[in-house]
Design a protein around this ligand. Structure first.
Ligand SMILES: [Zn+2]
Length: 309
């Protein structure tokens, strides 16, 4: 069994090229992973569209209908920050389907990566900051409905305000967000644990704060599954972040979070999260750290068993 990596060509629909949101990054990342042989071309797993019932655990039916039928109010569209298209609808449903599938595969195989997801600013009845449906909250609620305890580790540079609000009062679900204190959203929500960071936080300071919290949460919250948002907008060259991680720091972070989960025997499903640069290719290269770290751990943790069995 190869490392489960989830991808669908719907992830990068036709989109204005000069838009701040690098919609092409998903397709470019998939290409890069094949070219560098991190993932074999035939190994990608295609997700279904998210079922409506799963969506409606987190979102208001009127909002879902308005988005899908292109009848959102002007201020709703402005907050979404993305131009509506049928491709965007398809992409949004596919992305959530990918995170739902990643969680399922993590539960059966220990580790899975969705090459999209982390749309953590989406609220119950409105889009925000390029996020339409909250895949993390939808997946956490689906898992919780199966009686599973869930821990969300959100390392995107922006606070996971949508997830925090949607999951604030859900028993068995814990939200942890580590983010730049002075960044979007201006009005923060209350996660179950927030760790705001000062501008300019570097690799060493970042990891020194993250690793003990992850270890503590795994030991004391004892989740059945972790959802990990590996946003790369913590990178020093990111256009929207104010932190100072390097490429090596991104890899070290992803490796640290995933290995902490696997060492604790907790299945982990990872999603891409945000990332902004001059070109979508630059963003894709930063996002490649996550599947590379996952693949290294897969070889270390899972492959020996396979050889023995
Ligand atoms: Zn972000």
């Amino acid at each position: 069994m190869p490392l489960p990596v989830i991808y669908h060509e719907d992830y990068s629909p036709d989109f204005p090229e000069n838009h701040r949101f690098p919609m092409a990054k998903f397709r470019l990342l998939q290409l890069l992973l094949v070219q560098e042989k991190t993932v074999a071309a035939e190994a990608f797993i295609a997700p279904d569209l998210a079922p409506m019932a799963a969506l409606l655990r987190a979102h208001d039916a009127g909002y879902v209908t308005r988005f899908m039928s292109n009848s959102m109010h002007a201020d709703e569209s402005r907050r979404m920050g993305l131009p509506w298209s049928q491709g965007l609808v398809q992409r949004s449903l596919r992305e959530v389907g990918g995170t739902l599938l990643a969680a399922r595969l993590a539960l059966s195989h220990g580790l899975a990566v969705n090459l999209a997801g982390g749309t953590h600013h989406a609220h119950r009845d409105r889009a925000s900051g390029f996020c339409i449906f909250n895949d993390l909250a939808i997946t956490a609620l689906a898992l919780q409905a199966q009686g599973r305890r869930v821990l969300i580790i959100d390392c995107d540079v922006h606070q996971g305000d949508g997830s925090a609000r949607l999951l604030a009062d859900v028993p068995g679900v814990f939200t942890f967000s580590m983010h730049a204190a002075k960044n979007f959203p201006a009005r923060k929500a209350a996660s179950h644990w927030d760790l705001p960071l000062p501008n300019g936080t570097d690799d060493a300071a970042y990891l020194a704060q993250l690793v003990p919290v992850v270890t503590l949460l795994l030991r004391h919250w004892q989740p059945d599954v972790v959802l990990y948002d590996a946003g790369v907008d913590v990178h020093g060259d990111d256009a929207l972040g104010y932190l100072s991680l390097t490429d090596a720091g991104l890899y070290a972070r992803d490796y640290a979070v995933l290995s902490a989960c696997l060492n604790a025997a907790v299945p982990v499903a990872a999603v891409l999260g945000g990332g902004y640069a001059e070109t979508p290719q630059q963003v894709a290269e930063r996002h490649a750290m996550l599947p590379r770290a996952a693949q290294a751990l897969w070889q270390a943790f899972m492959a020996p068993d396979e050889k023995a069995g």
